[in-house]
Design a protein around this ligand. Structure first.
Ligand code: GKR
Ligand code: MG
Length: 427
């Protein structure tokens, strides 16, 4: 009965851009701006919020589908799926998406769009019920969700002379990485560290983990070369890394090499690259290629699909952690509510949020605090955040001002080094 009254009356998909530092990774380097879409869904005087990728193929899909969702009950998530599937079928075949932003890959479009709108609908459902999102997701098991300090090798400034340097400075040596970790831990109190690798020569990256373990004795450490290392390199690195890391994330590419590396080293291997859907999960179980899956509701098809993933990990004895791309506070709070309600999510989650500038956040009150290494859930209805319209307008204006429309870490790196290619393994 109530459901008939709670039909979607309006939707908005607003593309935004925010500043991003020159962070190095296996694909190249971050451009000066990251893109996101902010989703607003209205029904019964309430507004539900979502946040997703802002790359052109995803944006086009979200904007194509949005009008079709008017009139849908906010509780009808199967209906959401079906209407999205029909809307996306109208789109021309999408171009390639960014490799390190799996949600922007064409094959992931439906799950990605579903997730974007599902979060907004669940926020709306919870607001209508007057309960926090964590209650809708099954109840909070923890009020504070731990995140890890996500470190990157980086340059002091972008190559574009008009872009101002950030406050983090250069980090291209083990000493630079330790200094970056000190600053991040000082600001946010993180109790574990992840190092993005696959970019500088592996000796420097391994030495950086060794330096971190000396500087922060006892803190859990992870390293993530994004599949850029050859088997020999990963095996050699494992001799030094083995005693120091809690898991080894995507050191090599593909199920077969990951399985071989695990057989030879016994180290727990994690991934956000080879298990990004259930067929990939099935292959990993058959080959024992992965021991810890990094979930990410943005490309796993939403919050409820990620709960299914958690149940699968539990069933097959795999660990569960959480992946992140560059994002703002709506995503951070959706991730936090999900993690707070997921029993077997026992590793600190990843987040790029410390790299976001305060002025670039679009939610009321500015950036969400990360203190003691944790984000806290609240009992405010829904996700617990609202948009600040001025901030949103500013971020949208930034999107309109820049020319970046799809993440291109490779192209950005080629501005520094024309000979840089996407060759993998790189080392
Ligand atoms: O932002 O450079 C980056 C990361 O490399 C990101 O794109 C990855 O998706 O964080 C990610 C990861 O864990 O692989
Ligand atoms: Mg990763």
């Amino acid at each position: 009965m109530e459901s008939a009254l709670m039909q979607i009356t309006a939707l908005r998909v607003t593309p935004i851009a925010f500043r991003d530092p020159p962070l190095l990774n296996a694909a190249g380097i971050h451009e000066p701006y990251a893109l996101r879409s902010i989703i607003e869904v209205e029904a019964g005087g309430f507004t539900g919020l979502g946040e997703s990728y802002g790359d052109a193929p995803v944006l086009a899909a979200l904007q194509e589908a949005a009008p079709d969702l008017v009139g849908l009950s906010i509780y009808d998530l199967n209906g959401l799926h079906d209407r999205l599937a029909s809307a996306l079928a109208r789109l021309p075949t999408a171009q390639a998406g960014a490799e390190l932003a799996p949600g922007s890959q064409p094959s992931r479009l439906l799950g990605n769009c579903f997730s974007a709108f599902e979060v907004a609908l669940l926020d709306l459902q919870a607001k209508v019920a007057g309960v926090p999102l964590h209650e809708l997701l099954g109840g909070a098991l923890r009020r504070e969700v731990p995140f890890s300090a996500y470190l990157f090798f980086k340059y002091a400034r972008h190559i574009e002379p008009e872009e101002a340097p950030d406050a983090w400075g250069e980090a291209i040596t083990p000493e630079g990485i330790v200094a970056q970790a000190r600053r991040m831990i000082h600001l946010h109190g993180f109790g574990s560290i992840k190092l993005k690798a696959g970019t500088l020569p592996p000796d420097i990256e391994v030495a950086s983990i060794e330096a971190l373990s000396r500087a922060f004795p006892g803190l859990p450490l992870r390293i993530d070369p994004n599949g850029a290392w050859a088997m020999d390199t990963a095996l050699k690195a494992a001799e030094k890394l083995g005693p120091l890391i809690e898991y080894y994330e995507d050191p090599v590419a593909g199920h077969d090499d990951m399985a071989e590396l695990h057989r030879k080293t016994g180290l727990p291997l994690a991934t956000n690259m080879i298990v990004i859907d259930f067929p990939g999960f099935k292959e990993s179980v058959a080959k024992n290629s992965v021991q810890i899956v990094l979930s990410d509701h943005h490309y796993w098809g939403g919050l409820r699909a990620t709960q299914n993933l958690a149940a699968m990990c539990d069933t097959f004895g795999l660990g569960l952690s959480m992946h992140s791309n560059s994002h703002l506070g709506i995503s951070l709070m959706a991730m936090t509510h999900l993690a707070a309600t997921t029993r077997n999510l026992t590793y600190a989650c990843d987040t790029h949020y410390p790299w976001v500038e305060e002025d670039d956040e679009v939610i009321a009150g500015g950036k969400i605090p990360i203190t003691g290494g944790c984000v806290r859930i609240t009992d405010m209805p829904g996700i617990g955040v609202e948009l600040d319209r001025q901030r949103l307008a500013r971020a949208h204006a930034m999107f309109k001002r820049i020319t970046i429309r799809t993440r291109d870490d490779l192209g950005q790196m080629q501005k520094y080094d024309k000979a840089f290619t996407e060759k993998k393994p790189r080392y």
